[in-house]
Structures are given as structure tokens and as C-alpha cells.
Design a protein around this ligand. Structure first.
Ligand code: ZN
Length: 270
């Protein structure tokens, strides 16, 4: 099994999807996490052909959303494309409050109802929906789901076909993190584990994530919690960073793999 997966977003500014797949293959990585808009840039036929030529699997597919009428209108097409690429799970990007809206509970109900509405189609296609709670500072404009506890509650209410992704950048601050990871693990709903780091200072909420080891998150500690909760899947490197986007993609990936090896204790390149 491949132990490290790269999210294409980590190197997207200087490597298109085909280059990204080549870079992963050169490093012996057999699984990738991909984006619909990046597939469109190179063309679906070429992207699929390259994926097959490398014999690669897809873990995460980004993404459905935001949950506006327009975003939800594309949900079926996104799910069908995710299925064509053999994705394990499809990320949900709920979006924040509607324009002028101040009723957060109502926005949360609406997001949950939308997820429920996506479930039958998701199950028909043999996919899973991934709720990735984001950092609370992003509630206004990016997502109304900002804690693992909330994501677990939603999963519990909706049942089969929906799980959670644990991204350290978004969740490291949470005093209930260990308990909520254990809860998610017990229900078998941990779909992914995303790593990066929290820099001090963080200059931008979306584009200033750190390389693993450059910030203040206890990455090995959180990984231990996730493993004890029963998650046996890969570690996904996902760094949205203006700094790292400017570097050579091969170098970024090599540094990431070295850091994963140093922090998580063993060589994770399959
Ligand atoms: Zn993530």
C-alpha cells in the first residue's frame, strides 16, 4: 500500500496534472489526490490515459461545491467524473453564508440537507462523500462546518456513504480533537488524513500553510491518534502556499517525503 499521497494542489502552480502524475510515478507513489478543474485543463482523456499508464489509483477527488445552486448543479457531473477516475472519496466544499445571510444555524441545516440530497447518487456510483471541516476563521465564506464534532454529528445523522477527512491545519487547535478522532474511527468513517503545518505568524488563511515540521502542530502526535482510531490509509500531503508554489515541484515533493519520513518515522514512499 502507498503510504504517502500528494494532493495536486501542493504543486499545481508549476505542474499540470500530467506533470504531477509523472512526478508521483518517479517517486514510486501509486496513489494521487486530484482536482476536477485540473483534469479539465489537460483534457479528461489524456488525464485518464496517463493515470492508467502509470497504474495509479485516486484517493480523493476535489470537489463538489460551493453549495450554491450553480455548484450543486454540477454535483452529478463531478460525481460521475470522480467515478470514472475511480476515486475513493469526493470532497465537499459547502461554502459559507449566503450573501447577506446572518443565520448560521440555518446555513448549517441547508448544507446538511444538501449533503443528504447528494447521498443516493453517491452510493449508486460506489463513492463516498468526504466532509472536511475547515478552520473556524473560514466559516463566513468557505464552509459552515468547522469542527470534527460537527462533521461527526452530520455523519451520524446521515449514515452510510459519508465520512470525514482530518486536516491538521484546520483541526489542530480543537481541545476535543482526540475524542472526535476516536469517535470517527470507531464508526469507520475516517476517509483521509491531510498533513501540512501551522505557521506563526500565518499571513494568509488560505495560502500560507507550512511544510510539515516548519510550524507548531504536533504532527506525529495527531498521526498517532488517527492510527489508534483505526485509520490505516495514506498520509496526504496538502500544502496551499504561495511560498512553496513558487518552488520547483520536484523539490517540494522530495522535501515533503523527507519530512514525512522524519516526522512519521518510516519511509512512506511505496
Ligand atoms: Zn485538506
Amino acid at each position: 500500500m502507498t503510504d504517502v499521497v500528494f494532493n495536486h494542489a501542493t504543486v499545481r502552480n508549476r505542474a499540470d496534472m500530467l506533470q504531477f502524475l509523472d512526478l508521483c510515478a518517479e517517486r514510486g507513489l501509486g496513489t494521487v489526490s486530484i482536482w476536477g478543474n485540473e483534469i479539465e485543463k489537460v483534457g479528461e482523456a489524456r488525464a485518464l490515459e496517463a493515470l492508467r499508464a502509470h497504474g495509479m489509483r485516486v484517493s480523493g477527488y476535489n470537489r463538489i461545491g460551493p453549495f450554491t445552486p450553480e455548484g450543486l448543479g454540477k454535483a452529478r457531473a463531478e460525481l460521475e467524473r470522480a467515478a470514472r477516475f475511480g476515486a475513493d472519496h469526493v470532497f465537499l466544499f459547502t461554502g459559507g453564508l449566503a450573501k447577506g445571510e446572518r443565520d448560521l444555524p440555518r446555513a448549517r441545516d441547508r448544507a446538511e440537507a444538501a449533503i443528504a440530497g447528494l447521498l443516493p447518487m453517491t452510493l449508486d456510483l460506489g463513492l463516498k462523500l468526504a466532509i472536511e471541516p475547515l478552520h473556524p476563521m473560514l466559516v463566513g465564506d468557505r464552509t459552515v462546518i468547522a469542527s470534527l464534532g460537527h462533521a461527526n454529528d452530520i455523519c451520524e445523522r446521515l449514515g452510510e456513504g459519508v465520512g470525514v477527512v482530518i486536516d491538521v491545519h484546520h483541526l489542530w487547535w480543537d481541545e476535543h480533537l482526540e475524542a472526535e478522532i476516536a469517535r470517527a474511527g470507531k464508526a469507520g468513517r475516517i476517509l483521509g488524513f491531510h498533513v501540512n503545518d501551522w505557521l506563526i505568524p500565518t499571513r494568509h488563511l488560505l495560502t500560507d500553510r507550512g511544510m510539515m515540521g516548519d510550524g507548531v502542530i504536533d504532527l506525529a502526535g495527531i498521526e498517532g491518534v488517527v492510527r489508534r482510531a483505526g485509520f490505516a490509509g495514506p498520509i496526504e500531503v496538502e500544502i496551499f502556499s504561495e511560498d512553496w508554489w513558487q518552488r520547483d515541484p520536484a523539490e517540494v515533493m522530495d522535501i515533503s517525503l523527507d519530512r514525512c519520513k522524519a516526522i512519521f518515522g518510516r519511509d512512506r514512499a511505496a
